[in-house]
Ligand binder design. Structure first.
Ligand SMILES: [Zn+2]
Length: 1040
């Protein structure tokens, strides 16, 4: 129906154009008159130097899932929730642009555009290419989605932007110029310098910044500034950053979407309600108001909204009239434009701009509306995203080792699913429940394909069926099984993995081993050698573990803990899986030594007699009243007899640091009482009823395990809250495994569960949190560097997003907590750190999602028995002297981010089973320097590889490791010879040497030009490159 209406209306449009060339950076401007219903409108205006110029930017904001799923939004189903259909938006915009060559439109979300593009015939594709070439349709931002900036990891942000940019380059040969992060709830430093400047964007625009900040900026005319997000890069990675004037909507009175109540421009005196002068007057008034708050005589008006332009003609017909009549009036000047052209005009002015450092977190939209709850919302989904994000990197590496295949399993579907999840209503946890379910389903389905790939690739390498010095091909493996159905293929595999190990469930490793051997292949995706203790479930405690040379190695057996058993039982019941009797399930631990980018194999065998070698350690109840000690490599973690929780840490030099753990809950506001003035705590907003955190730490039941590889204490805090605190042989840190839920709500109170660690460090209100897992940013409680903060929320207003972690320092000792997924954290009291682990809330917070954040798991035959979601995760505690801490922290972050990937195979015939039991893709004996990480290793097409390497330290972060690192790229490829290397932009869509940043004049800038040197090209012979602090370099590597 909609399409029909559109074509009918266009019958009435007649246009006549002549082409001529003007300046202003547009290659071609078109003098054009468009006729609607017999009237002729001149839409060909261009900037005028002595007037206020209003850039009309037609746009639509299309969420890649939120109240509806991404596919529902695309096709336009489920409209009872929200009327939105992206396919018709694109259909109707394309027609409307064809009708007048002066009209323009920007499009952002490639997840939608690519769905649409696939469905178009070649004639439509030709039309669209012409519109893109002519500058009428411009892709900006251009990622798969508009990613969130708080709960996303920088590697995922890079991946999802690269995915979109790659398509735009391939289909249109275009490179997006503008960052368009209009809706995310706060903006990160990494967005500015990495996903902005290093991508090659000229500017980034957004709508949401703290209401106090925006008030000040409007007054100071600092809505637009030059943003230097990186301490290490300074002006070498700065970007023009603009807070939009009217959220991302048109100024009040100028919304022309099909369901808008704003009046159209009625210019026909024959009809009633003629309002031309009135409409022009209001336009001029709005422009003059905005001009008071912005610098230069160029203003941008965002002419669009959420899912706008489903019927594009309602907009364009009115905008044509406005361009015509406002220019005829002459008080201000207006024309169709794009953010790129707007930024060109800003750069062409002689204006000087204010400087912005750090980031735009946290974001408050009102005194009690701090959008800091979503840092933790849906912790299980956040954990799943992080886990699969690491898994994608593993799968890509293996895909490259054995040769990428177009048919058969590849990593494309997981890449795409993870890209969808980066959306600002995806991993952020601010979507409706049915959408979160859809996201999880997408992740699960695509992970199965990558799992097949990983199994096949490892099986292929381990079987020794390819010679190490020629290009191996997975095709060989899959062609052998191509006649089999996919299900048979999966069942027939020798190699299997355990995606449910988080609930201590692994049918592969729990197999009956009588007369058999279990091979455990530990794959290490890091570019460094690695020694680590791994943990698997087995069904017999009488086992021996051997390395690949046949040496018996030390191992430890622990019965599965009470909390794990409960979790396992519950989840197996919900998926109706039969399991080995839980009483006979044990955890087997042993130490793995793995080469970089490769694997080692370990063999678990049942003992022939009663003299098995695994050390059996019982979980023993601790009822006595004395302190409990856990020994790590160099420190002792001490639990007090009274609190039965961690109390202090004794470091190797005898220094004792007080470190008292507690659990407590904030009562999420219901928003209805007078005191709370209407703001409830919900999916976006964290709004505790008061600053009190109510304790959850009475009557803790304690038991402990002591063995030669791991020491643990198990703490049962209540029927729904438990944790394990453990130390591993050879490591300095301690690990906390928490199990939280179902959070009780029978008292009708929403709860936000927090763990706190109080130390005696004199932190002077200061703490540090990471930006998207990359830089650490200094935070000061109740303080913002850009304005005088009025404090209304003592707790929520000091929460920041964590992706790697949070730390305190007193310049002698650092205390860090490193997390396994994104979550919120703070230091609300000096010397103290807190993490918000889980939230269960009973009211919607009124920010759009229209649901309370009350996640449940449903079981039973018809899934009608539901209880609150249980969340399990881990975080690390690391206490070091300040001069040693950053190395330890960065190293642990990498290990936590990329855990060893375990793959299992059971056989009763050892001969010729695994002929290659150890493998590294790197040159023998080579590993990356400790300050360099492999970020991407992804085969693009035959013998072409996308390679990203990143320096892990900031300027001045570490005395030793904040130095220039050198890597010879050839050393990374033991079995392949490099033919040619080209350096690219961060999203790999342009050559680095051709990138040019715009020049901006900055107020009071005391940075000396040239004081921030950046690495470029190669050093020495061959393929040696340098990496300076925080640099990520992207290469296209062509291999022989
Ligand atoms: Zn949005």
């Amino acid at each position: 129906m909609d399409q029909l209406k559109i074509s009918n209306s266009f019958v009435l449009l007649i246009f006549a154009c002549t082409f001529s060339t003007f300046g202003f950076g547009w290659s071609k401007r078109i003098a054009c008159e468009i006729q609607h219903d017999g009237k002729i409108y001149n839409t060909s205006a261009h900037p005028v130097s002595d007037k206020i110029n209003v850039h009309l930017v037609p746009h639509t904001h299309d969420d890649v899932g939120w109240l509806k799923t991404v596919d529902q939004y695309y096709v336009g189903s489920n409209n009872s929730i929200q009327v939105a259909a992206v396919q018709y938006i694109l259909d109707s915009v394309i027609s409307a642009l064809q009708a007048d060559p002066n009209r323009k439109f920007i499009y952002v979300e490639q997840a939608f555009f690519q769905r649409w593009w696939r469905q178009q015939n070649s004639a439509t594709k030709r039309i669209v290419r012409k519109l893109v070439d002519g500058g009428q349709l411009e892709f900006i931002n251009g990622g798969w989605c508009m990613h969130d900036e708080a709960t996303t990891h920088y590697i995922d942000m890079i991946d999802q932007m690269t995915l979109g940019h790659r398509y735009i380059k391939k289909q249109f040969g275009k490179v997006p110029r503008i960052g368009w992060q209009i809706d995310p709830f706060g903006h990160s430093a990494v967005q500015a310098y990495l996903l902005g400047a290093e991508v090659g964007f000229d500017a980034v625009f957004f709508a949401r910044a703290d209401y106090q900040d925006v008030l000040q900026r409007r007054k100071d005319r600092t809505m637009e500034a030059i943003w230097r997000g990186s301490k290490s890069f300074g002006p070498s990675a700065q970007i023009f950053a603009g807070v939009l004037a009217n959220h991302y909507e048109p100024p009040d009175g100028f919304n022309f979407d099909i369901d808008s109540t704003n009046p159209p421009v009625q210019d026909d005196p024959e009809l009633f309600d003629y309002n031309l002068e009135e409409r022009v007057d209001l336009f001029v008034q709005r422009a003059l108001e905005q001009a008071k708050e912005f610098r230069t005589n160029h203003l941008m008006w965002t002419m669009g909204d959420d899912f706008a332009y489903e019927y594009a003609n309602t907009w364009f017909k009115q905008l044509d009239k406005l361009v015509h009549y406002v220019n005829k009036d002459g008080r201000v000047n207006t024309f169709y434009s794009t953010p790129s052209f707007y930024v060109d005009m800003k750069a062409a002015s002689n204006e000087t701009w204010p400087l912005k450092l750090n980031d735009y977190f946290p974001y408050a939209s009102s005194a009690n509306g701090y959008w800091t709850g979503y840092f933790t919302s849906r912790p299980a989904l956040k954990g799943y995203v992080r886990k699969l994000s690491a898994y994608l990197q593993v799968a890509r590496q293996l895909e490259f080792f054995v040769g990428r295949k177009v048919r058969g399993p590849n990593t494309d579907s997981l890449e795409e699913a993870l890209a969808v999840l980066q959306h600002h209503d995806g991993v952020s946890g601010t979507e409706q429940q049915h959408v979160a379910d859809d996201y999880a389903k997408r992740l699960y389905i695509s992970s199965i394909e990558s799992e097949d790939l990983v199994n096949l690739a490892l099986q292929h390498i381990a079987s020794g069926r390819f010679s190490m010095n020629h290009t191996p091909h997975l095709e060989m493996v899959t062609s052998q099984v191509s006649s089999q159905s996919k299900a048979t293929l999966r069942a027939g595999l020798n190699f299997q993995q355990c995606p449910s190990s988080n609930i201590s469930y692994c049918p592969q490793s729990e197999a009956d081993l009588s007369g058999k051997t279990l091979a455990v292949i530990a794959y290490n995706p890091l570019g460094w050698e690695r020694k680590e203790i791994v943990r698997i479930t087995v069904s017999d405690y009488k086992v021996d573990v051997f390395d690949s040379s046949g040496n018996l190695i030390p191992s430890q057996i622990i019965p599965v803990s009470q909390a794990s058993r409960k979790l396992r039982e519950q989840h197996l019941k919900s998926i109706r899986k039969p399991a080995v009797s839980d009483e006979s399930i044990f955890e087997l631990l042993f130490e793995c030594s793995t080469p970089p980018l490769g694997y080692s194999t370990y063999y678990v065998k049942p003992s022939q007699n009663d003299s098995y070698s695994s050390e059996y350690t019982l979980i023993q109840e601790n009822n006595e009243n004395h302190d409990v000690y856990l020994q790590s490599n160099s420190a002792q973690y001490i639990l007090s007899s009274s609190s039965r929780l961690l109390d202090r840490v004794k470091l190797k030099d005898g220094v004792e640091v007080s470190l008292r753990q507690s659990y407590c809950w904030y009562n999420g506001s219901d928003g209805n009482t007078e005191e709370t003035r209407g703001q409830a705590s919900g999916a976006y907003v964290f709004r505790p009823n008061s600053s009190s955190c109510f304790p959850l730490t009475d009557n803790i039941k304690l038991s402990s395990v002591k063995g030669s590889l791991v020491e643990e204490v198990h703490q049962q805090l209540s029927s729904w809250l438990s944790q394990v605190l453990r130390t591993y042989k050879g490591s300095d840190h301690a690990e906390v495994e928490f199990t939280v839920g179902p959070i009780p709500i029978d008292d009708n109170l929403g709860k936000e569960i927090v763990t706190k660690f109080s130390s005696d460090l004199e932190s002077h209100k200061t703490f540090y949190t990471d930006s998207n897992g990359r830089d650490f940013i200094k935070r000061v409680r109740d303080y913002r560097s850009d304005w005088e903060l009025e404090v209304h929320e003592e707790v929520a207003g000091n929460y920041y997003p964590l992706n790697s972690g949070i730390y305190l320092s007193d310049n002698s000792i650092d205390f860090s907590i490193l997390v396994d997924r994104s979550m919120g954290g703070s230091s609300v009291t000096d010397g103290e750190l807190e993490l918000m682990l889980h939230r269960r809330l009973l009211y919607d917070d009124g920010k759009g999602v229209a649901e309370a954040l009350n996640e449940t798991t449903c079981m039973g035959d018809d899934f009608s028995t539901c209880e609150g979601l249980v969340v399990r995760g881990t975080f690390l505690l690391d206490v070091h002297s300040t001069n040693e801490s950053s190395f330890s922290r960065r190293n642990l972050i990498q290990r936590k981010l990329f855990p060893l990937q375990l793959v299992f195979s059971v056989s009763n015939d050892e001969d010729g089973w695994l002929s290659v039991s150890e493998y590294s893709a790197m040159k023998t004996g080579y590993q990356l320097p400790p300050n360099v990480a492999l970020i991407t290793l992804q085969e693009q097409h035959d013998s072409n590889l996308l390679l990203r390497l990143g320096h892990l330290f900031e300027n001045d972060e570490d005395e030793t490791w904040s130095s220039v690192a050198i890597v010879d790229l050839q050393d990374i490829f033991a079995y392949r010879k490099i033919k040619h290397v080209e350096e690219l932009s961060l999203t790999a869509n342009q050559r680095k040497c051709e990138m040019k940043a715009k020049h901006w004049q900055i107020e009071n800038d005391d940075v000396q030009p040239g004081s921030y040197i950046r690495s470029v090209g190669f050093v020495g012979d061959g393929y040696q490159i340098e990496l300076r602090p925080m640099e990520i370099r992207t290469f296209s590597v062509f291999l022989e």
